[in-house]
Design a protein around this ligand. Structure first.
Ligand SMILES: NC(=O)c1ccc[n+]([C@@H]2O[C@H](COP(=O)([O-])OP(=O)(O)OC[C@H]3O[C@@H](n4cnc5c(N)ncnc54)[C@H](OP(=O)(O)O)[C@@H]3O)[C@@H](O)[C@H]2O)c1
Length: 252
């Protein structure tokens, strides 16, 4: 169970899922440290509500301060699957922010920087990591995003850390990049489809960032989710209340 004395590091804090994870943690009065490459960007989003650690997953040496004394890490970071401005092509002075650098080696750097007594490392991976050769994942993987995600999964599994790997489908809802924390807390899943989880990478579909964020936080309260990798999509009629115990039963 999460405790008030815990300190949770959120990597990719300023991203779509990351912001929702932070809002969810703060709504439970938990202590949060946000990892971002930009202190200003994080401060503008979260004000004084969280600690801010400046770090870049590409550079191992920038992560020691960020991970110091943390009890949990939720890793929501990532770059685009296809070439975009976010790959930092125009900045000649830095390593390119490609899937291999961020979603692969970057996550490996974070795993290596995690405290030995970490209670949980939650990683957002992706549906398709075990089906990279099949359509449509072969196209999605054209620049190596799924290779990188699988590499990151392998690094976490090979570490001694207790982990949970969440593999969403195509993300919907948000990113709420210009919203403040109060608006994020009001982001609702009413009217949306039910949360469906599965194993073995057979599910296809869309995943609500709101639900992915909720699962990132919720799983920390359930021991059954330790050492598990599962897919998460939204499908079918949503019940009034999501029964987490019933969902976890499906991941064994
Ligand atoms: N989009 C999809 O359909 C899809 C599908 C399956 C899985 N996913 C995964 O779901 C997760 C959340 O996606 P999202 O769309 O909500 O995220 P997002 O909005 O793209 O945010 C990603 C965050 O990663 C951080 N980041 C990028 N490069 C970094 C670096 N070198 N060092 C440190 N941080 C870095 C950025 O933060 P700063 O700029 O503040 O540093 C950014 O806020 C990601 O892991 C993504 O791969 C996405």
């Amino acid at each position: 169970m999460l405790k008030k004395t815990d300190l949770i590091l959120v990597a990719g804090a300023t991203g779509g899922v990351g912001q929702l994870v932070i809002a969810k943690l703060l709504s439970k009065n938990l202590c949060v440290r946000a990892l971002s490459r930009s202190r200003n960007k994080a401060r503008q989003m979260f004000g004084e509500a969280v600690e801010i650690a400046v770090g870049d997953l590409r550079y191992q040496e920038t992560l020691a301060t960020a991970t110091k004394n943390v009890t949990h890490i939720i890793c929501c970071s990532g770059t685009t699957a296809f070439p975009s401005q976010r790959w930092d092509f125009l900045n000649w002075f830095v390593a390119k922010n490609t899937p291999r650098a961020v979603d692969g080696s970057g996550v490996k750097n974070l795993v290596a920087a995690a405290p030995e007594n970490l209670k949980r490392f939650v990683l957002i991976s992706s549906c398709g990591v075990l089906r990279k050769e099949r359509f449509p994942f072969k196209v999605l993987n054209a620049f190596g995003i799924l290779d990188a995600k699988l590499e990151a999964e392998a690094a976490i599994k090979a570490s001694q850390l207790p982990y949970t790997i969440i593999r969403p489908g195509r993300l919907i809802d948000g990113p709420y990049t210009s919203y403040d924390l109060n608006s994020l807390l009001r982001a609702k899943t009413e009217g949306k489809k039910a949360v469906v989880i599965g194993t073995g990478d057979t599910l296809n579909g869309e995943s609500s960032r709101i639900d992915v964020a909720q699962v990132c936080v919720e799983c920390l309260n359930y021991q059954v989710t330790v050492g598990k990798a599962f897919e998460l999509i939204n499908y079918g009629k949503r019940p009034a209340v999501t029964d987490w115990e019933q969902l976890w039963a499906q991941i064994g």
